[in-house]
Design a protein around this ligand. Structure first.
Ligand SMILES: [Mn+2]
Length: 238
């Protein structure tokens, strides 16, 4: 008898460390599980540095964690290179509420740079393509369009029928009924980001249909939901 190991996918955590930890407790994460994380660990939520520290700790403790790059991590590193110091500090501290990612000189703490620089843009399993945002099938070389993999939205109608894998992605806050339907029908594209950080009334979103951190197990297709349990909310409209 073969027992396949459990393979979990968790999308955009956005600084929601308590919610992330509660999710891992709910699934009782073990070292023989694989855990794929879809990126966007930082910004908006209360504890960006705490989330990065915790993921780094899981890896150090020999959990099989496969963290992907999200556009927020990419943007953090990119704006550091492009902006002058005060603008960068304003961007990180005031706009994204992630001041603990910076040291006293307003540089990104070196261990976070090291962590972000080794993040992959996608993972391919036998039956799954795992990516932060999606794939731009309208571009000439979709599987080399790494920018789209971090930023694209609403691509599912362009997935060609011959594309052999199920695409599991985050990035775009998706109402819970649409996630449940995609999982139940095992659609070709599975959105997993239920906007866990958007648990309070919001200008654009109906927050009553958001606010869970989702966790999908790829063999059973069990979907585990964890409500946002952050004590403070720094999430701003964006
Ligand atoms: Mn994103």
């Amino acid at each position: 008898m073969t027992t396949s190991k459990r393979i979990f996918v968790i999308p955009d955590i956005h600084g929601c460390l308590r919610t992330f930890k509660a999710t891992l407790e709910k699934i009782n994460l073990r070292k023989d599980d694989d855990l794929y994380l879809l990126g966007d660990y930082i910004d908006r939520g209360p504890d960006s540095d705490g989330v990065l520290d915790f993921i780094i700790q899981l890896k150090d403790d020999n959990y099989s964690v496969f963290p992907l790059l999200g556009n927020h991590e990419q943007t953090l590193v990119q704006t550091y290179l492009e902006y002058e110091r005060n603008m960068f500090a304003y961007f990180v501290k005031k706009m994204n509420k992630s001041e603990n990612l910076l040291d006293q000189d307003d540089k990104i703490k070196p261990n976070y740079v090291e962590f972000i620089n080794q993040l992959k843009t996608f993972y391919e399993l036998d039956n799954f393509f795992i990516v932060h945002a999606g794939i731009d099938f309208k571009s000439p070389n979709p599987l080399q369009n790494y920018r789209a993999m971090l930023e694209i939205r609403f691509f599912d109608q362009y997935v060609p029928p011959e594309f052999p894998k199920t695409i599991v992605h985050g990035h775009n806050p998706t109402y819970i009924e649409d996630i449940l339907e995609a999982v139940e029908k095992r659609k070709k594209v599975i959105p997993l980001d239920n906007g866990c950080v958007y648990s309070k009334k919001h200008r654009f979103y109906d927050h009553t249909r958001l606010g869970n951190l989702c966790c999908l197990e790829l063999n059973s297709f069990d979907l585990i939901l964890q409500k946002n349990i952050e004590l403070t909310s720094k999430n701003k409209d964006t």
